[in-house]
Design a protein around this ligand. Structure first.
Ligand SMILES: Nc1nc2c(ncn2[C@@H]2O[C@H](COP(=O)(O)OP(=O)(O)OP(=O)(O)O)[C@@H](O)[C@H]2O)c(=O)[nH]1
Ligand SMILES: *[C@@H]1O[C@H](CO)[C@@H](O)[C@H](O)[C@H]1NC(C)=O
Ligand SMILES: *[C@@H]1O[C@H](CO)[C@@H](O)[C@H](O)[C@H]1NC(C)=O
Ligand SMILES: *[C@@H]1O[C@H](CO)[C@@H](O)[C@H](O)[C@H]1NC(C)=O
Length: 447
């Protein structure tokens, strides 16, 4: 990280003036570049623009961009970020690679009406300086400004192997292959590829090909270093590749660097203090903004005097999954946990629809919820609200989540970072008639 030229001052400048100043700059850069490309195709090639920043050209920087299968939710996407950060660390052993953060938006679960939820920069949800202390990252709009326009040299659509595992034997491999699924990119009149590109309609790719990959993220490194040698390369369907080492040291380094944006933590902390009599001092959950200095002993955190609940509904109940409880079953469990742990308050994070929420309020009138509306919701967006819910659950004396929900898994990790006793964290609701209700795995933090 020390070798990276982006100083904290620039980062701060970027973060706070992004909307006002940088948008102006990038939009004019973009207009200029786009106009040039249409007029004189060969003179102004993408990635080769005269406007490309001197710093970037001098450094022979290469950019890794990525996207994830559209139906995947917020919390699985956070997991894919970890895989990509690991890949960039591997790539950086030979070359100056930077990870470009894919803007948030158009997520299936983000359905709050009348708010614009597309092209959301990572800085709205996560602390960029914290991410940068792990691996060099830039926002997409910074990439546009720095690389000379909204162009991506090469898109590689990752896919499995059409033939599956040959001889039923697992091996790690990468091969250029014909596309299996219908390509989500199409050529325009100028021969550029158009696609979703996180809602940036002006973005174009110069080349799109399919690559079959089977294995961990870093198996792509030799291919990216030797075969796909363009300056900017985007991996689409990045979830195709797996973690190099799930829950290993590198996994946890990257996970720890995914510090929530400060304004979200402040709102969560204020809510804890106001409604749950919960402060870091009383609860023994000191937080250090600098994650590299945050090393809480396991079992040192006490947590606020409330039960934290994540009750995933919607698509989790539509499929009549047997590992998800009825509302009645969940409330019964909540009551018994409150009694057992002598807790008078319960905080409930849930995506339940209006009808279920009404029933839940009747059955559990004492429950505390974080429910911003109007301007607050508009400002935070569904992603910000989800993070605040997670932050509050992460500080509870005892937590119970929903079976195989990545939303609950991210809470487990946050509590692991804060130093909670695993007994208070790795718990889930059981289905009403579930026979073997296996509890979540404890993934111990590694420093
Ligand atoms: N605010 C809030 N949002 C939630 C809650 N539970 C689910 N959601 C929303 O629904 C999404 C759930 O999708 P994911 O983040 O992918 O988590 P998941 O529970 O594993 O769901 P799947 O990916 O569909 O398996 C979240 O990102 C939120 O947008 C909750 O308790 N509070
Ligand atoms: C990458 O290039 C090398 C050397 O030209 C070649 O042997 C190899 O097959 C290529 N890999 C892929 C996945 O195309
Ligand atoms: C597109 O990329 C593929 C794979 O790297 C390469 O074989 C092909 O020549 C490229 N096409 C163009 C037009 O650059
Ligand atoms: C809040 O918690 C502290 C101890 O952590 C306790 O002394 C105090 O009485 C509590 N306040 C209320 C209003 O419950």
């Amino acid at each position: 990280m020390a070798d990276h030229w982006r100083t904290p001052a620039i980062v701060v400048w970027w973060h706070y003036l992004r909307l006002s100043v940088l948008l102006l700059i990038t939009s004019s850069v973009f207009k200029y570049t786009a106009a040039s490309v249409e007029g004189q195709d060969d003179l102004f090639r993408a990635g080769n623009s005269v406007l490309m920043s001197a710093a970037a050209t001098a450094r022979d920087v290469r950019y890794l961009l990525y996207d994830v299968n559209p139906p995947e939710g917020f919390n699985l996407r956070r997991d894919v970020y970890i895989r990509m950060a690991t890949l960039v660390k591997t790539l950086r052993k030979q070359g100056d690679w930077v990870l470009v953060l894919p803007p948030w938006g158009r997520l299936y679960h983000w359905q709050s009406p009348d708010i614009h939820q597309v092209r959301i920069p990572w800085g709205e949800f996560f602390s960029i300086t914290s991410l940068q202390a792990n691996v060099p990252v830039i926002e997409y709009e910074e990439f546009i400004a720095e690389s000379g326009g909204p162009f991506i040299d090469q898109v590689l659509v990752l896919q499995n192997y059409a033939e599956g595992w040959t001889d039923g034997k697992w091996e790690e491999k990468v091969d250029e292959r014909p596309c299996i699924e219908r390509l989500m990119y199409s050529k325009d009149k100028q021969g550029y590829y158009r696609g979703w590109f996180w809602g940036y309609e002006e973005t174009r790719a110069l080349n799109v090909t399919c690559v079959s990959a089977q294995g961990h993220a870093s198996i792509l490194a030799p291919y990216l270093q030797q075969n796909a040698t363009a300056v900017s390369v985007m991996l689409d369907r990045a979830e195709t590749v797996l973690h190099d080492h799930y829950a290993g040291k590198d996994y946890w380094d990257t996970r720890r660097s995914m510090v929530f944006a400060k304004h979200l933590r402040i709102i969560g902390d204020q809510f804890r203090a106001t409604y749950l009599n919960s402060t870091d001092e009383q609860d023994q959950t000191p937080y250090n903004e600098d994650w590299t200095r945050m090393k809480a002993r396991l079992g040192s955190a006490k947590g606020g005097p409330y039960l934290g609940v994540h009750l995933r509904r919607k698509d989790f109940i539509w499929g009549h999954r047997e590992d998800v409880p009825s509302l009645k079953g969940a409330v019964k469990k909540v009551r018994s946990l409150m009694k057992k742990h002598k807790l008078e308050k319960v905080f409930v994070a849930t995506d339940a629809d209006e009808e279920e929420l009404g029933k839940l309020k009747e059955m559990l009138p004492e429950m505390v919820r974080y429910e911003p509306t109007g301007e607050d919701l508009e400002l935070l967006k569904d992603g910000g609200v989800a993070i605040i819910d997670q932050w509050i659950c992460a500080h509870a004396r005892y937590f119970i989540g929903t079976s195989v929900s990545t939303f609950s898994f991210r809470i487990h990790e946050e509590r692991e970072i804060l130093g909670f006793d695993p007994k208070t964290t790795y718990n889930r609701f059981c289905g009403d008639s579930e026979k073997e209700c296996e509890q979540p795995t404890h993934w111990k933090i590694v420093y």
